[in-house]
Design a protein around this ligand. Structure first.
Ligand SMILES: [Zn+2]
Length: 135
């Protein structure tokens, strides 16, 4: 299996998140930026909604969303920066309280996900969402 260097994949969507951002607006931009099959777009949309929603609901409401897409093999990387140094796994109880099992769902839909610390004290949460295997 080829290892994809996700930070070298082309960025197809890069947008600021602030407290006026709504997840439906983000999903519309996502749909416009990605040419994916329905299942893959749905999975990516759920992951983006969860990670962006986490910033809006639990963090400062300020951050940045980047979406990277490589067509072969079809893989999408969602990256969300926020200003909190706390890893999302420690925020599990907050997610469960507000919207159900947020990070559990991200884990289920992502081949791989994790966090990277940012120099300014915040972090990036990234999730690699591949095409579903054929049924
Ligand atoms: Zn795909």
């Amino acid at each position: 299996m080829t290892t994809i260097r996700e930070d070298s994949m082309p960025v197809v969507l890069d947008c600021a998140i602030d407290p006026t951002t709504t997840t439906p607006a983000v999903r519309r931009r996502l749909t416009a930026a990605l040419d994916l099959g329905d299942d893959h777009r749905y999975d990516v949309s759920l992951v983006v909604t969860e990670l962006v929603g986490n910033i809006l609901d639990h963090a400062s409401g300020v951050g940045r969303l980047r979406v990277r897409w490589s067509a072969v093999p079809c893989t999408v990387v969602v990256e969300v920066d926020d200003t909190s140094p706390l890893p999302p796994v420690h925020g599990r109880s907050r997610l469960e309280g507000a919207r159900g099992r947020g990070i559990v769902m991200v884990d289920a839909l992502s081949g791989r996900w994790g966090t990277r610390a940012l120099a300014d004290g915040g972090k990036t949460v990234f999730a690699v969402v591949g095409c579903r295997p054929p049924q």
